[in-house]
Design a protein around this ligand. Sequence first.
Ligand code: G
Ligand code: G
Ligand code: MN
Ligand code: NA
Length: 250
Amino acid sequence: RMLEVELRDALKNKELELYYQPLISAVDRRPMGFEALIRWNHPIRGLVPPAEFIPLAERSSLIVEIGDWTIEQACRAAASWPTGMTVAVNMSAKHFRLSDIAQVVKKALANSGLESNRLEIEITEGLLMENPEEVTIKLAEIRDLGVTLAMDDFGTGYSSLSYLLKFPFDKIKIDKSFIDASSQDPAARDILKAIASLGKTLNLRITAEGVETAEQADFLSTIACHQLQGFHFSPPLDSIDMPRYLLANV
Ligand code: G
Ligand code: G
Ligand code: MN
Ligand code: NA
């Protein structure tokens, strides 16, 4: 309750911050872009993770304000990065439903001057479950702007495959549980191989999340994943470390 009240002022007090985690080319191991990951710098509690406050924001229309701010902020940041670097933004299902989301995206692109093909929107299955007609129209509107649509946490939901059939995704992000398991379990490696092959057939780009070891990275490169993301390469970076990373790696 307390936290929910404080969250209302967090935006105004500039306590929200976007961290950026590199998305690494599986081919040449250089950064291609970054995923924006929101954090709340609470004056007393310290860094509050999104898993704790996004659900609170989703209980009210606060998620719309936070979501609008996030897209705007991420586009402005990316416009200042070296040419070609992309930015991926996580989209709350509630925000998507409550707002004219294509309009929000269009405005953020215009305000920042970011080319639309440098923005990616990450969507989880939760968003796709209800009202598929409305969701399809909204996703198509975003994609028509030239923005990339990525399915996040792929493989964890009830019907990941049927969603690929119904909705116009460009990219899938394989959930980190598969990458974790691949270190021990040959069946997990077979599943990863099959997903990579599916991606090739369906013309979807593939990102592997939660890559923590060189062995995982090498395996994922071998099976032709496109992008790798995880602590093996870099944690999400704050506003101090991000410019340093860009200088050193881009
Ligand atoms: O960064 P971290 O691993 O703590 O993120 C945990 C979860 O919070 C992830 O599922 C991620 O998708 C979600 N998340 C991170 N940043 C944002 C954001 O800006 N908006 C929304 N809606 N979710 C986010
Ligand atoms: O949006 P999504 O649920 O994919 O959010 C990714 C989450 O995974 C973020 O909270 C990020 O901090 C976290 N993360 C990023 N890289 C790694 C990693 O290598 N290992 C683990 N365990 N978590 C990671
Ligand atoms: Mn994500
Ligand atoms: Na994910």
